[in-house]
Design a protein around this ligand. Structure first.
Ligand SMILES: [Zn+2]
Length: 252
């Protein structure tokens, strides 16, 4: 059983799924931040699939009253992350293993396409620099002999920055929104980077170096294929990490 009171206002929410102003028109600022925090908790596995959400406990954990808590839960129901039943209240939606695997396939295609668009459209100086910065930051983290939990959390932010920079360079809002939809599912997000070993992360970071070289060199199709492989590799990598319950269900 997970301590939902651990849900804190400082919880990192840097993932593509919750970054940016995508929810900016969904309600009051308070309900947005509550929804972001509950989304993060669901996506990072703090709530089990199918678990009923106790609104009283949740509003206490969030430090807000019942009304914004309910507004947040309704927003997440609209996104498909929680279910609402009149007599039962809110519960965390369960995604069948096939749906999670499909989400990886869809994201692999979409992020691959983003690489090709970026390569075909060319990088601005600012976009190139953002990607180089993510590569440098990742190199610095991976320089450590052993990766601590903090290193992995830091790497997660680097990873999100790199993938977001590619989406920005693709210059297509629909594509960005579609990628966010695929991330809005427990088990299909960058969050699982924390389960990986040094060698896994190193290999994935090397992919990033190759991706930038291909995109910047204008090799759109090769960049697209490499990104597809890069994203699909995540589903396969779950195999060696039984601590991730979602992976346990999807890759046995
Ligand atoms: Zn990556």
């Amino acid at each position: 059983m997970i301590d939902h009171d651990a849900l804190s206002p400082t919880q990192e929410g840097g993932d593509a799924a919750s970054a940016g102003g995508v929810d900016a028109d969904r309600g009051s600022p308070r309900s947005i931040s509550s929804a972001d925090r509950v989304r993060e908790a669901i996506l990072s596995g703090e709530f089990a699939p199918g678990e009923r959400i106790n609104e009283v406990h949740l509003s206490r954990a969030l430090g807000v009253s019942r009304t914004p808590t309910r507004a947040a839960l309704h927003a997440l129901a609209a996104e498909g992350l929680v279910d609402y039943a009149r007599n039962r209240g809110f519960s965390v939606r369960e995604f069948p293993p096939q749906a999670v695997l499909d989400a990886y396939e869809i994201r692999a295609s979409l992020e691959g396409l983003a690489c090709r668009f970026a390569a075909e459209r060319g990088l601005s100086d600012a976009q190139r620099e953002a990607m180089h910065a993510a590569l440098r930051d990742g190199d610095a983290v991976l320089d450590h002999e052993e990766l601590t939990e903090a290193d992995l959390v830091a790497y997660r932010a680097v990873n999100v920055a790199f993938h977001d920079a590619i989406l920005a360079a693709a210059q297509n809002r629909m594509l960005t929104e579609a990628v966010r939809m695929t991330l809005n599912m427990p088990g299909s997000t960058h969050r699982h980077i924390v389960s990986f070993t040094h060698r896994d992360v190193r290999r994935r970071h090397d992919d990033h170096h190759r991706l930038l070289a291909l995109i910047d060199g204008g090799h759109g199709w090769r960049a697209e294929l490499l990104m597809r492989e890069h994203v699909l590799g995540l589903a396969l990598m779950g195999r060696g990490h039984p601590e991730s319950a979602q992976f346990r269900t999807i890759v046995r």
